[in-house]
Structure formats: structure tokens, C-alpha cells
Design a binder for this molecule. Structure first.
Ligand SMILES: CC(C)(COP(=O)(O)OP(=O)(O)OC[C@H]1O[C@@H](n2cnc3c(N)ncnc32)[C@H](O)[C@@H]1OP(=O)(O)O)[C@@H](O)C(=O)NCCC(=O)NCCS
Length: 412
């Protein structure tokens, strides 16, 4: 009934008996009806003991879950609670149910230990900042008319493209992916079950386009890149107007990168090529004759929440040796807030609570945003989200900055 306070809502971990009600609540929250095929695909990656239900009496009215992922950070990787399946039924919205779920989930992750950060993709960018999540790895999308996609420079292909079916893609792509994932902060490692899931190609996920096509790039060194894409068929006034939807393009070398994009821009019967999610430091912008035609847009992608701040900060590498004291505000998770000294020396990084005076004052969400090297502290200061002397913030920028920029390749 409208007006019921959220205090009547009980949060608990779901059990096998709750899964149908859990799914139903999530479907209602997202306004979707899953097919059996989709349910099977989701079940394969589901970690039931990591999923919470918000119960109004015996009915589940809200949900929040997590996957056990490992995400690349600059120079290393850390376990990450990959938060997902978050939803509150329209009948119970804006009564604090999500807030209860988020608090409980963050406490659970902290108590379980082992995951110094949580991460998520948000349906709306307004939702998670209040829970201490920061925009750590923005993503880009582009959409280009094929007849405006000429490259600036002439090109001799370095390798060849081989089109394969899904079984062969499942055999060949993971090795390429595994070599790339360690280089790029924000990417998470794909286990075998996640590969199966990512390529499960559920009908509804195709949104009217074809099943996935797979193209491998083979050079003298073997397979060093691949692309997965769909075709949305279209004929207009007797003319072909297909759209190529690039789901994933992964390349180990600049040569494979160029060959694969030239292949994707060259597919016959195509009017337009679109790709999402792409890294914000997309080299294509510097390779095309008309970069503006890419219609390159950036928005939030992976959001990060610090759970164990000293462990998280010590787990990554830094671009220069230096020391910095952060005063971190975190009303939601008081165990995260406090003053910390980060000392980066030749042996690596150490992060400890300190009484030293602060160089940088900011909220936990903003330190999380800077964690993967995706945003500079100087920029956060101009956004009035970090305080500190400009010269000191530039030193912090030099410490945290990393190449390549963070990117998350897939929604979880
Ligand atoms: C997003 C969602 C889970 C929020 O649940 P909820 O129980 O209504 O959230 P709460 O009542 O705890 O809201 C907490 C605060 O966040 C704000 N908020 C919540 N969802 C918001 C949204 N989508 N946009 C803007 N503000 C939002 C509330 O207004 C409230 O602010 P206040 O404390 O200043 O009043 C719910 O709207 C939903 O299920 N939406 C559809 C599915 C979805 O988008 N899920 C998220 C997937 S990543």
C-alpha cells in the first residue's frame, strides 16, 4: 500500500525457493518479461548466496545481487563485487527500499572480506552517487555512416580476417581477451561460464538484429584480435541500408586494431556502423579522414565503490613515486572514511591511516572515480569535488594517471 514505511521491509539473502519470486520482482522493476532462454542464460552465472531480497511480508518487492569478478587496476587486478540485479517494484518505489538494500549489501561485502571494491553499471546515472559510487571508467559510443568512414592514411593489411562460427570463437577469442584484459584498467576477467553467457546470444538481446558474427584477425604471430557484431537488416527504396552493430572489438596490436575496423567499415550492404561500449581513448578518432563523423559520445560506464580503501589503494601501481595524504569523507560507510597516507616507493604502494595533515580532501565516491586513473584530481577540483592546493593536486594526477585509460568492455 502506498505510504508504507521501508522499516516494514526485511532484507535477507534469498534461497533456492525464492528464485522465481526474485526474478518476478526484477522483471517488474525493469518492465521486462524474460523468456525461458534468457532465464537459463542468467541462471548459469547466478551466485544465489550473493543475492538479497527485500521482503514486504512474504513478497519480494526489491532485489540486489552481486557477481564475484576480478577487475584490472593499473598494474594489477583486484577482486570486485560486481553489483547487479538491482530493482524495486513500481509498487514500492521511493520509500527507501533501495537504500536499505545498498546499505546491507555494502556491509555484507565488507564482512565477507576479500573484495576491496564494488563495481556496477547503472541504468540511470542519478542512482548510485549517493551510495558512494564514483564514475571510474566512462565509456564511449559511436555511430558512423559507412560512406564517411574513410581512413586518413593508406594501408596495407598486416594480417587476414577469418570468419568463424561461435564454437571456434569460443575456442580462439578467450586467449586474445586474456592478454588484453591485464593491460586495461576497468576490464574484468571473463571466466568460461561468463564466455558462454556473453555469447549466449539470447533472441531478445539481439533487438531485431542478427545473431552474432565472429571475425578473427590472424597475423604472423597468430590470432591477435577479433570482432563480434550483429547486422540489423534494412532495405529502403530498394537500396541496402544495413546497420553493423559492433558488440566487441578487441585487438592486441595497432595493426590488428586497424585491420579489424577496416573490415567492419567495409562490409557490403551497410549504411551505418555503430559500436558500444568503446574506450574513451579510441584510436579511431585519430585515424579517420573525418573524425567528427564518428559522432563519438561519452557517458558513465563502470562505477566503483571503495570498500577497503587501504587495500584497494595499495593494490594498484602508480606512475610516479610520491606521498600524498587523503582526507576521505564517507557518511554511508564510516569504516571507509578517514585520513590516509599513500606512500609510493620503489617497492610498491602502502596506504595507512595517518594523523598527518591532508593534501587532498574529497568524498569516497570521488576517490573511487580517480582510482583507475580515469579522472584527474585537478579536474575534480574544478568540478568542486576535491579540495587541495593546485600544485599538490597535479602531483596526485601524476601518481594516479595511467595509460591506457580505464574502460569496461561489458555490462554485468
Ligand atoms: C532505481 C530504483 C532501484 C530505486 O529504488 P527506490 O527504492 O525507489 O530508491 P530509494 O527510495 O531508496 O531512493 C533513495 C534515493 O535515491 C533517489 N532515487 C532513486 N532512484 C532514482 C532514480 N532512478 N533517479 C533519481 N533519483 C533516484 C530517491 O529519490 C531517493 O532520494 P532521497 O533520499 O533524496 O529522497 C528503482 O527506481 C527501480 O527499480 N528502477 C527500475 C530498475 C532500475 O533502474 N534498477 C537499477 C539498475 S542499475
Amino acid at each position: 500500500m502506498a505510504g508504507d514505511p521501508a522499516m516494514d521491509i526485511q532484507i535477507r539473502t534469498i534461497t533456492e525457493e525464492d528464485t522465481a519470486a526474485f526474478d518476478r520482482s526484477l522483471e517488474r522493476a525493469f518492465g521486462q518479461q524474460w523468456t525461458d532462454e534468457e532465464r537459463r542464460a542468467e541462471r548459469a552465472i547466478f551466485e544465489i548466496e550473493r543475492n538479497l531480497g527485500a521482503f514486504d511480508g512474504t513478497e519480494i518487492v526489491g532485489t540486489a545481487g552481486a557477481y564475484s569478478l576480478t577487475v584490472t587496476v593499473p598494474g594489477g587486478s583486484v577482486p570486485m563485487a560486481g553489483v547487479s540485479a538491482v530493482g524495486v517494484q513500481p509498487s514500492h518505489r521511493r520509500r527507501g527500499v533501495l537504500t536499505k538494500l545498498m546499505r546491507r549489501q555494502l556491509e555484507d561485502i565488507r564482512e565477507a572480506g576479500g573484495e576491496p571494491i564494488a563495481g556496477l553499471w547503472a541504468s540511470e546515472s542519478s542512482i548510485y552517487g549517493r551510495f558512494g559510487y564514483g564514475m571510474a571508467a566512462p565509456v564511449a559510443a559511436f555511430e558512423i555512416e559507412r560512406d564517411r568512414s574513410a581512413f586518413l592514411r593508406p594501408h596495407e593489411p598486416e594480417g587476414r580476417i577469418r570468419m568463424v562460427d561461435k564454437d571456434e570463437a569460443l575456442k580462439e577469442c578467450p586467449a586474445v581477451f586474456d592478454r588484453v584484459v591485464t593491460e586495461r584498467p576497468g576490464m574484468w576477467a571473463r571466466s568460461d561460464i561468463w564466455w558462454e553467457h556473453s555469447l549466449s546470444d539470447v533472441e531478445r538481446w539481439r533487438e531485431g538484429a542478427s545473431a552474432l558474427f565472429f571475425a578473427l584477425h590472424e597475423s604472423a604471430h597468430g590470432i591477435d584480435g577479433y570482432a563480434m557484431y550483429r547486422i540489423k537488416p534494412e532495405w529502403k527504396d530498394g537500396l541496402p541500408a544495413n546497420q553493423v552493430r559492433v558488440r566487441e572489438q578487441i585487438a592486441e596490436t595497432p595493426e590488428a586494431y586497424e585491420d579489424l575496423w577496416r573490415f567492419l567499415f567495409g562490409i557490403d550492404l551497410t549504411k551505418q556502423v555503430e559500436a558500444w561500449p568503446r574506450p574513451v581513448d579510441e584510436p579511431l578518432l585519430w585515424m579517420l579522414a573525418e573524425p567528427r563523423r564518428l559522432d563519438f559520445k561519452i557517458h558513465d560506464g563502470l562505477w566503483i565503490r571503495l570498500i577497503d580503501l587501504p587495500v584497494a589503494l595499495a593494490a594498484r601501481h602508480y606512475s610516479v613515486e610520491d606521498s600524498m595524504v587523503f582526507d576521505v569523507r564517507d557518511p554511508l560507510c564510516p569504516w571507509v572514511g578517514g585520513r590516509y597516507a599513500l606512500d609510493v616507493g620503489p617497492e610498491g604502494a602502502e596506504c595507512r591511516p595517518t594523523d598527518r595533515s591532508a593534501d587532498v580532501v574529497l568524498e569516497a565516491a570521488d576517490l573511487a572515480a580517480a582510482y583507475l586513473g580515469g579522472v584527474r584530481f585537478s579536474l575534480l577540483r574544478r568540478a568542486r569535488r576535491a579540495e587541495g592546493d593546485p600544485a599538490t593536486l597535479r602531483r596526485a594526477d601524476a601518481m594516479f594517471g595511467w595509460d591506457p585509460l580505464p574502460w569496461c568492455h561489458e555490462v554485468f
